[in-house]
Design a protein around this ligand. Structure first.
Ligand SMILES: *[C@@H]1O[C@H](CO)[C@@H](O)[C@H](O)[C@H]1NC(C)=O
Ligand SMILES: *[C@@H]1O[C@H](CO)[C@@H](O)[C@H](O)[C@H]1NC(C)=O
Ligand SMILES: *[C@@H]1O[C@H](CO)[C@@H](O)[C@H](O)[C@H]1NC(C)=O
Ligand SMILES: *[C@@H]1O[C@H](CO)[C@@H](O)[C@H](O)[C@H]1NC(C)=O
Ligand SMILES: *[C@@H]1O[C@H](CO)[C@@H](O)[C@H](O)[C@H]1NC(C)=O
Length: 509
């Protein structure tokens, strides 16, 4: 993490003493490499199996009911083919000027103003957890007695400012969902909140886990207390869920919870292992608790402002006089040894700025200026594989140079990061001259192509309220929706024998 959360009223000095907050808790170093690739292969096989199954079941049922089987089969095959083509055109985002992603079947209604149940891609049920689990953590939200949710769109309180923001996806997603059925909602939506869990595709657990970690886990324990408020909320959440029919029916496997801060729900996340997580990365998870097959990676909210004036790529190329920029803690404890080594290798190079940055406001100002003046911005693994820095680089239209072998990137199933970033293997990066040679050989034409692409994709990393089609809120919901069929498949498969067991038990008694 580059930017540490600041608490209101804390001074920069205190904040620095919090420098290691991400390291406080025990770390899980998973055996991830082999296992996770195995899992993702399994996922692909499962998805193919699902497609085949759908095809076959279509063929079988129509064969049974009608004699005119053949044309129907053709119809299925055609539909299947055109789906594959759609998928392909989604992945091949070749032309830099084509710009926006094509989302699967955006129905006509979703283009109309407002959010409609029938046009939404996914129906979501959300538990009515007391407000202390979500908006109640925000001091400007003043609910009336027994009030749980904001009443209307304008009633949504602002998320606490400053560096808390980087792990705020919980707030943007839940605010989008909670407003989806409000009468004053005038913008289109991907998800619609339904009142009955039986009608939902997924069930959302509305816990602001990252805010709870940031706000409550640092305060000294009150006298006589064994647990801090963050821990108490998590235990209360578990007991709440275990009494819910929706949870008991599925053991959580059709549930979603946003755990963006790497330390959020650190000690209870194991109990949620069947739930789909929305994470920043998998650095502090065992592969059996969180993985690419089940979970979704969401972007950090960038803290550096968008560089809206930066419209002319040729001008931008000329005015960016720094070749490579990095600002952040140079000595990191774990996984971050490479920072020190790279600093020794690159720190003295002309045109390269490698600065031992801080997270103060002055630090943000200097990072903003530095990223806007640089052609490439370094994203290095730190304590965890991901950080805010990548998304700050995108907002600054500074081409990311990603040196982080374990990183998982948001929406990489629909976005081709190679169009707007460079990746270097950590072991290559430590070869003398490798990085400087690579970067100085990127010509103006190639750089401006990546710059153009950055300007097109930056909206996919933009969290906002109201959300817009194609922004980070929408993209994350879409990513969740793409996981649902595979989860359903896994759940159905797991329960194949449940019924026969039930019957034979009845026989036995
Ligand atoms: C959607 O729009 C297309 C053309 O814009 C039209 O042909 C089609 O009938 C519309 N579908 C619905 C369900 O309104
Ligand atoms: C929205 O809700 C707030 C608080 O409940 C209320 O004061 C305000 O009048 C409402 N606004 C609209 C447009 O309904
Ligand atoms: C960076 O700053 C930290 C803390 O201010 C200091 O301990 C460390 O030596 C510095 N590293 C370099 C390479 O300047
Ligand atoms: C992704 O983009 C890179 C750079 O433009 C290109 O070489 C590569 O073929 C693209 N990958 C796919 C799957 O289109
Ligand atoms: C990175 O380099 C290491 C060591 O040379 C190698 O084992 C690994 O396969 C490389 N990874 C990629 C993605 O090229």
């Amino acid at each position: 993490m580059m930017w540490r959360p600041v608490q209101a009223g804390r001074t920069g000095k205190n904040m620095d003493s919090r420098e290691d907050d991400d390291d406080l808790a025990a770390k899980v170093k998973p055996l991830r490499i082999g296992y996770s690739s195995w899992i993702s292969k399994g996922y692909i096989v499962a998805a193919l199996a699902l497609v085949l199954l759908t095809l076959l079941s279509g063929v079988l049922t129509t064969d049974l009911s009608h004699s005119s089987g053949v044309p129907v089969v053709l119809k299925y095959v055609r539909a299947f083919k055109s789906e594959m083509l759609d998928l392909k055109s989604e992945v091949e985002l070749k032309e830099p000027d084509s710009g926006s992603l094509q989302f699967s079947n955006p129905s006509n209604a979703s283009k109309q103003a407002g959010c409609h149940k029938d046009s939404a891609r996914l129906k979501v049920f959300m538990y009515d957890l007391p407000s202390e689990f979500h908006y109640g953590m925000i001091s400007e939200f003043t609910p009336k007695k027994n009030q749980i949710w904001p009443q209307n769109v304008s009633d949504i309180p602002k998320y606490p400012g400053g560096l808390y923001q980087q792990h705020s996806p919980e707030y943007w997603l839940i605010s989008d969902l909670v407003t989806s059925d409000m009468p004053d909602r005038s913008t289109p939506c991907t998800v619609f909140r339904v009142k009955r869990w039986q009608d939902a595709g997924v069930i959302l657990i509305p816990f602001f886990a990252s805010l709870s970690y940031n706000k409550y886990s640092r305060a000294p324990l009150l006298r006589g207390k064994k647990l801090d408020r963050n821990q108490e909320l998590q235990l209360n959440l578990i007991s709440f869920l275990s009494s819910q029919p929706a949870w008991r029916a599925s053991e959580g496997s059709n549930h979603v919870v946003v755990i963006h801060h790497p330390n959020a729900m650190l000690h209870t996340r194991e109990k949620f292992r069947s739930v789909m997580f929305v994470v920043a990365d998998f650095g502090r998870y065992g592969a059996e608790v969180a993985n690419m097959a089940k979970d979704v990676v969401a972007p950090y909210k960038h803290v550096i402002p968008n560089f809206d004036e930066d419209v002319d790529a040729a001008l931008s190329f000329k005015s960016r006089t720094t070749l490579l920029f990095f600002q952040g803690a140079i000595a990191r404890k774990e996984g971050g040894i490479i920072r020190q080594q790279l600093y020794e290798l690159l720190g003295e190079e002309p045109n390269i700025i490698f600065s031992n940055g801080t997270t103060s406001n002055a630090g943000i100002r200097s990072a903003t200026a530095g990223m806007r003046q640089s052609k490439f911005c370094l994203h290095l693994a730190g304590d965890t594989p991901s950080s805010n820095r990548l998304f700050d680089a995108v907002a600054s239209h500074c081409v990311p140079l990603i040196i982080s072998n374990e990183i998982e990137l948001p929406f990489e199933d629909v976005l081709n990061y190679s169009e707007f970033s460079l990746f270097v293997n950590s072991s290559d990066a430590l070869r003398k001259g490798f990085v400087t040679d690579l970067l100085s050989n990127v010509g103006e034409k190639e750089w401006t192509r990546m710059h153009d692409r950055l300007r097109q994709v930056e909206r996919h990393f933009q969290y906002q309220l109201p959300a817009q089609i194609g922004d980070a809120v929408h993209m994350t919901w879409e990513a969740i929706a793409r996981k649902v069929p595979a989860l359903t498949l896994a759940r159905n498969k797991q329960r194949r024998y449940a019924r026969s067991q039930f019957i034979s038990q009845k026989i036995a008694t």
